[in-house]
Design a protein around this ligand. Sequence first.
Ligand code: HEC
Ligand code: HEC
Length: 439
Amino acid sequence: MTKNRLYKMFTVTAAAGLVAAAGCDSTPILKASAGGAGGGHAGTTATAGTNGGGGAGGAGGATLNAVQLRGQYIVDVVAACGDCHTPRDMNGPIAGMYLAGNPSFITAGPGQSLGSRNLTNDPTGLKNRSDLEIKNMFQNGLRPTATAGVNEALNPVMPYYVFHNMTDADADAVVAYLRTVPGVTNDIQRRGTMFDVSAPAPAIADSTIPQPDPAYADQASALAGRYLAAKAGVCIECHTKHLDSRATPPPATVLDETKLFAGGEDFSQLFATTLMIHPVSKNLTSDATTGIGTWTVAEIVKALKMGVAKDGTGICPPMPVGPMGAFAKLKDEDATAIAHYLKSLPPVPNMIVDMCQFPPAGGAGGAGGSSGAAGTSGTAGTSGTAGTTGTAGTSGTAGRSGTAGSTGTAGSTGAAGAGGAAGAGGAGGRSGVGGAGGA
Ligand code: HEC
Ligand code: HEC
């Protein structure tokens, strides 16, 4: 058995709600952003539910003790387990299915799905697993099989190679909390064989996770942030480029550990049929030009809790931010610690072209085409899908800074919408979306 390409797929529901059913082949970064979604201002409604976030609401009823509460905080907020383990529909997390697993978390053809699993207290979930077995799954990627004493490896789309570094106390708290989650019967099929792996992905070595620059003033907070960002939480996973597991020889690690936190993971495929946005994770290191070195701690905290970037633009899913996002509930001191950690990271130059705007519809983008029948395509309404007519092409995706030239991949490949008289391309800036949708 060979390792298959690791798909980084989140069923985070953006405004449009996603049915995560991505294709099999990885799509190279699309060079041109989909043009503006017509001139319409889907605006307000599209912002609703910036992204799905970890399942709100946990086990109703019972009062949780301190350990269970800690576990709940990790599951719902820091690690955002629900972003993958709670199934969603167009309206967000499906009621009554909290942590019950999504059978088609990734689908790649008939019989080839990778479901996220049922973590609730039901026989189809974790009810009959021992505490040790549960920890062995989410921290070591080893799942018991029908044969006693024999385990099989989990696909590293499940970030056990990150959670391996969680403290024992926190791992126990996660289990203690999961035990309080009401059982939901939902038998998730075993993954398709193309998602089989011969061995669990190796955990990230603690020594590999960058330490705060010793010169950084607030060491204690930065160190606390290191734990939250790279061991109990998954910033490190999304914000590091994944290596191609189909390469020969296969890479030894899931992530490009030479460029931890430097961004570059492309999530476009997840949104190919819905929002048609092209989110690529950003460089979070302190590099002043290509990272977030010029951001203040307060600006980073705001990004985490409110989903708004330094320049005031919205942050695209699958980053779990915004009012409904998992990170909205980060404790202030924890969000601050994470911010300190990022600011303390040694700079790693890595230019990430910003190709995403959120909310995706409307926008006062560049000199959009004149024929944009705003109304039609702009009625994205609650679903935020911005209508098919909106994908006018030729939109400039100049960097966020608006310095078109340098990084702007002002493209010409935007999929012109039906009849859309592709606009004249946006002139820089994140919102620089041309866009003349319309009939
Ligand atoms: C990026 C998406 C993602 C995140 C985040 C995630 N998981 Fe998973 N998890 C998966 C997928 C996909 C599988 C199935 C892997 C397979 O079958 O090979 C899985 C499998 C598991 C399993 C194995 C269960 C079984 O019966 O097979 C456990 C336990 C688990 N996850 C717990 C967690 C916990 C606890 C968290 C948060 C601390 C978490 N997961 C976060 C995607 C995710
Ligand atoms: C599920 C994947 C995912 C996770 C988990 C995630 N991010 Fe992100 N993040 C992204 C993507 C994708 C973007 C780019 C969005 C865009 O282009 O608008 C982003 C953008 C950001 C930005 C804005 C940077 C900029 O230059 O605009 C910051 C800051 C950030 N993330 C910090 C974090 C931190 C801190 C964590 C952990 C607490 C985290 N992210 C977890 C995917 C993720």
